[in-house]
Ligand binder design. Structure first.
Ligand code: ADP
Ligand code: MG
Length: 232
């Protein structure tokens, strides 16, 4: 069986500056892979290439063995890739419920059961359903951003620094939701917070200056001294 996601020799440039220098890794069905590295290492750029926000300049992106590197982002989303961008990017003027329903519509889903499932994972979204997204705390907005990605029933969920600027009690809630999802769906997690990544990761990849500097099993992260590659 092909891996769920396979990235082979991925290259990306911003104008003349090379940001990804031949990145390769794979993610099996139901696995959680932590993508780690300091600020500026190229993590967000890599995710944007995977989700089709940017076009890679070289290399391959395979989903279940099929090359998707030339697909527009909506097609990748339809193929089951859910994306929670860094900085959340929820709609601040829409209510929580509207934020979730906009996501459902984008996926053509009319099943009202999906929002109920999402609200079971993040009860605060049901409690705050009528509030403006912009009125939520940073941690609640992050829960909404993840909830929005889950409205499309993704098979592969890509999260860019979901704990950034989030208070510790909500970090714990997000961690338990990802732990619950893992196994059912595949997870690609970009993270700076070592303990969070260490708890969830089956595998890890460290990026430095756009290239893979280290990789291995999540269980070996302490032995491999992965924390030396992070900012904190
Ligand atoms: N829009 C952009 N234009 C030019 N350079 C960029 C742009 N976005 C990011 N970069 C540069 O690309 C490199 C990787 O950035 P990024 O992918 O955001 O890193 P990370 O997410 O690991 O912090 C950095 O050197 C950054 O300055
Ligand atoms: Mg980033």
């Amino acid at each position: 069986m092909s891996p769920h996601l396979e990235v082979v020799g991925l290259v990306h440039h911003y104008a003349s500056a090379q940001s990804l220098r031949g990145v390769s890794f794979s993610l099996g069905q139901g696995e959680c892979l932590a993508l780690l590295g300091r600020n500026g290492a190229g993590k967000t750029t890599l995710l944007r290439c995977l989700t089709g926000v940017y076009d890679a300049t070289g290399g391959e992106i395979k989903l279940n063995g099929e090359e998707i590197g030339a697909w527009p982002s909506h097609a990748r989303s339809r193929a089951g890739i859910g994306y929670v961008p860094q900085g959340r990017e929820i709609f601040p003027d829409l209510t929580v419920g509207e934020n979730l329903q906009v996501a459902a519509k984008a996926h053509g889903l009319k099943d009202p059961g999906v929002e109920r499932e999402v609200a079971q994972l993040f009860p605060v979204l049901a409690e705050m359903r009528g509030r403006r997204g912009g009125d939520l705390s940073g941690g609640q907005q992050q829960q909404l951003a993840i909830g929005r990605a889950l409205m499309g029933r993704p098979k592969l969920l890509i999260l860019d620094e979901p704990t950034e600027g989030v208070q510790p009690n909500i970090v714990k809630q997000i961690e338990s939701v990802i732990a619950l999802l893992k196994g059912r769906i595949s997870i690609l997690l970009v993270e700076q917070y070592y303990d969070f990544a260490r708890t969830l990761a089956d595998k890890y990849v460290v990026l430095e200056r756009g290239a893979v500097a280290a990789s291995g099993l999540g269980a070996d992260m302490d032995r491999d001294r992965v924390s030396q590659f992070l900012s904190i």
